[in-house]
Design a protein around this ligand. Sequence first.
Ligand code: ZN
Ligand code: ZN
Length: 414
Amino acid sequence: MTDADLPFDLTKLDQLAEVIVRVGLNLQPGQNLLISAPVEALPLVRRVAAAAYRAGAGVVTPLLSDEEVTLARYRHGQDASFDAAAGWLFRGMAEAYDEGAARLAISADNPMLLKGQDPAKVARANKATSIASRPAMEKITGFETNWCVASYPGRAWARQVFAGIPEDEAVGKLAEAIFAASRLNNNDPVAEWSAHDARLQKRMKWLDDQRFSALHFRAPGTDLKVGLADNHSWKGGTGVTKTGITCLANIPTEEVFTTPHAQRVDGTARASKPLVHQGTLIENIEVRFEAGRIVEARASSGEEVLQKLLDTDEGARRLGEVALVPHSSPISHSGLLFFNTLFDENAACHIALGQCYSECFTDEVAADNAAIAASGGNSSLIHVDWMIGSGETDIDGIRADGTVVPVFRKGEWA
Ligand code: ZN
Ligand code: ZN
């Protein structure tokens, strides 16, 4: 199959590559670039490589994955192999970041690839990968280099999002949805992104100035007080790396987010969208928090996978992120369930179980793991976002002196 056979507008794919390199990564002259992507996303990988070299890149290195190779492991791999991971690869990645390489991850995979595989093996393999990749991941979450996550309309993914229509049509529709969410709908997407980023920065400044000690979420099934970490700082849109490069880590992105206090979350939360985790659809999640910890969790389907997830480690039952997204965001407007966190988390307010982001603290605290923990930052091998926001969500900000300030009403900024 050649690029000309792809059922979508290739000029939009060129634009996406340009936005990834110029806005997402803001790749610097001479900088090396590491790209991980599924084989299917090669048409985008090649365009990104071309755009990167035009921008003066040093060496561009693609790391390709393949769904059939992943499945071969589950079909034929020895049992002991599920506790192993390619540590050498992650050590090499960490070394590349230390030397200043930028990082791009392109997601296009079938979200249900591992459906039907033994959930215990999936969990073991994921845990082994989380442990082995931690030294490299910490450099990414700590913004030690510029990085970006973007998407490509993979065929199996498209069939999942648009079930029951011919495959080419589904791929075309998913491509349109990705391009629209990536703000490629006018002639100057780079300018469009800078205006969007300015709006997000304004929201973050307002939230930072309020110094809320907690947020109170109310919606059907949800009555949740999320204490915010001491010294928290709101993040969203572009961020600045420790090396001083401004990059946009997620394309698309609509959220502003910060760190909850790991010991100060109380009440109930009901998911407003299903969560896709390791090929399992977890529906109608309901949880109850006490002193920051999930003490009760239910789901109408996929509950076993949810419980396994919560049992990963102590931090898996506590929150590492709280994020605000208005119901009128373009992704929410599409009305689609993307089965992909990058999109679905930008459609609704959400919370994340597990690891917090060190960048969501004030500068003095962000560089010091002990200070992060002392301020209430959570630590875990997992970071899993799930949606609690809808058009019915009301949120109040609560200051330390008890003052209540409306933040969201009926899913929109108050
Ligand atoms: Zn988020
Ligand atoms: Zn998250």
